[in-house]
Design a protein around this ligand. Structure first.
Ligand code: TEU
Ligand code: CA
Length: 556
């Protein structure tokens, strides 16, 4: 069935909630979130009104990168529980009308995976070609590529005098997708999970599975290593492999599929998420969260400007219209908290700016994602000491740039406070009791001290909370087809302060305007015309202006 320019689909109408299991809820007091903790909180998620839960990886893992390094794809991480706990969680979730999307991390495995343990044994081991091995060049690394987590992307292995590729940590060797046996093994494993009744996959760095076979040096921007991106992201066979995955697995089930696609362009996104649906439902692009880039990449403490953000958001809305489907997100487990980054986390403006950012995103066209805690306006944690950080990326980056003298210790701490992934990974704040109700033990990472005021219990008791605002945005999407299927059109495209747009479907128009500043801004978009206000973060409006961080949505 067609609505506007689109074919109707459940995953276009859904709202996804991402859970980072390690930090969500600890049921047994060991300080680590777990599956039973998730099961306990399903009624809370049902109340919020989301449709789908995406779980960051819950498979067996030595946790070098918190589960993104998998040593057994068919077992549950010991700290998170058992397969019985998983089966119960899945069944309970379905009872609460919540679907479960699994994280699929198959660009790389852990070096402790049985395949890699075999692979590194000898050049003629049957698993040798499961990974990417290269001879030394002039006694050194095969090329200048740096890993995302610091250092070279190549690790020397004495047993066979060769290097293996790891785009992330050296405990995350890249799988060799050119080997049909690797593809068979991955597709079998995916089928096994689908047969268990899961509802989809979020595919980790799926744009990186096909490498340029020439393995050329990459451009050096940080003065240390070359970037692999031009030769790894959207590589030569990536679409072939995803089409094969689609034919052999995805097309046989009714799934939600979203590919994490670093380095994806509009042209590439139209292939990954094409209308014919021969690959994936949608991809995560990174341009809006990467809109501030310094000489050492994402490490910066500069607040993004609306003038940098708007053209990116609008471009993705315009260019995919009727051709491919967008995903919409501010936050995930790799990004700092949206209210601290794009909004204002002061006592005065936290709630109102969190609601403004929610309005801005949830009224756009695409499938929205909410990251745990975003729905109560959780903020960055601002750790003062390096010892409080747990994230491999943050700790390695600190040493890489500070030890080499490229950045001062003070500046690097300021970058971490603003952008570190650990800002998203502090425990979920459930109440004002010890450890925010996350655990009765010692949490694996410190709780944000503001849990005494920012927590779900307080949010649920306050009708004006960020929680109920998200609940209402989700209800609007579920009840009004225009929110899902309406065509996007940008407004006030030169404004430095207000982000505004319309959505149109048949004879209806939605008008959305969001003030991104802490001061009043002139705005006459709501002065004329009949219709009704659907939602706003202010109870009273002022003629001709938007108040600080005010957001308005008008249906006419
Ligand atoms: O992230 C992919 C990725 O490109 C990361 O480097 C991300 O951009 C970075 O954290 C922000 O600078 C995925 C996962 O989401 C991440 O948690 C994993 O660490 C990574 O893959 C490796 O599996
Ligand atoms: Ca636990």
């Amino acid at each position: 069935m067609k609505i506007g320019n689109e074919t109707k689909a459940w995953w276009k109408e859904a709202v996804i909630y991402q859970i980072y299991p390690r930090s969500f809820a600890d049921s047994n007091g060991d300080g680590i979130g777990d599956l039973n903790g998730i099961t306990e909180h399903l009624p809370y998620l049902e109340k919020l009104g989301v449709d789908v839960l995406w779980l960051s990886p819950i498979y067996q893992s030595p946790n070098d990168d918190n589960g993104y390094d998998i040593s057994d794809y068919r077992n549950i991480m010991t700290e998170f529980g058992t397969m019985e706990d998983f089966d119960r969680m899945l069944a309970e979730a379905h009872k609460h009308h919540l679907k479960i999307v699994m994280d699929l991390v198959v660009n790389h495995s852990s070096d402790e995976h049985a395949w890699f343990i075999e692979s590194r044994k000898s050049k003629d081991n049957p698993y040798r070609d499961y990974y990417i091995w290269k001879d030394p060049v002039n006694g050194k690394e095969p090329n200048n590529w740096g890993s995302c987590f610091g250092g070279s992307a190549w690790e020397y292995d004495e047993a066979t005098n060769m290097y293996y590729l790891h785009c992330f940590s050296k405990k995350q060797p890249d799988l060799n997708w050119e080997n049909p046996k690797v593809r068979d093994a991955v597709f079998d494993m995916m089928t096994w999970w689908c047969d268990k009744g899961i509802d989809g996959f979020r595919m980790d760095v799926i744009s990186m599975i096909s490498k340029d076979p020439a393995y050329p040096d990459g451009p050096v921007t940080d003065g240390l290593y070359g970037s692999f991106s031009p030769y790894v992201c959207n590589g030569p066979h990536v679409h072939e492999y995803l089409q094969e995955m689609n034919r052999r697995v995805l097309s046989k089930y009714d799934l939600l599929t979203v590919g994490e696609a670093g380095g994806v362009t509009i042209e590439e996104a139209k292939k990954y998420a094409n209308k014919e649906q021969t690959e994936l439902n949608m991809v995560f692009q990174f341009e809006h969260v990467d809109c501030v880039q310094g000489p050492i990449g994402k490490w910066s403490d500069e607040k993004p400007k609306l003038s940098a953000l708007r053209p990116i958001l609008n471009k993705w809305q315009y260019e995919l219209e009727g051709k491919a489907w967008n995903s919409l997100y501010w936050d995930n487990h790799d990004q700092p908290r949206v209210v601290s980054r794009f909004g204002n986390d002061s006592d005065q403006f936290r709630v109102v700016s969190a609601k403004m950012l929610a309005t801005c995103l949830h009224m756009m066209k695409g499938t929205p994602y909410i990251y745990q805690g975003e729905e109560i306006g959780m903020t960055n944690v601002y750790f003062d000491r390096l010892e409080d950080y747990r994230d491999i990326e943050s700790i390695n980056a600190y040493h890489q740039y500070v030890d080499s003298g490229i950045v001062s210790p003070e500046k690097m701490m300021s970058y971490l406070k603003f952008i570190s992934r650990d800002n998203a990974r502090t425990p979920m704040q459930w109440n004002d009791k010890e450890n925010a109700g996350f655990t009765t033990g010692t949490p694996w990472i410190k709780v944000n001290p503001n849990y005494t005021t920012i927590n779900t219990e307080a949010a649920l008791a306050d009708p004006d909370s960020v929680f109920y605002y998200y609940q209402k945005l989700i209800q609007l999407r579920h009840t009004l087809p225009i929110v899902v299927y309406g065509t996007f059109h940008g407004l006030l495209e030169d404004s430095e302060t207000i982000y505004a747009y319309t959505r149109t479907l048949d004879d209806q128009t939605l008008t959305i305007a969001c003030n991104f500043t802490d001061t009043e801004q002139p705005c006459d978009l709501f002065e004329h015309g009949a219709g009704k206000e659907l939602i706003s973060n202010y109870a009273e409006h002022k003629a001709g202006v938007l108040q600080p961080y005010e957001a308005r949505v008008f249906l006419g």
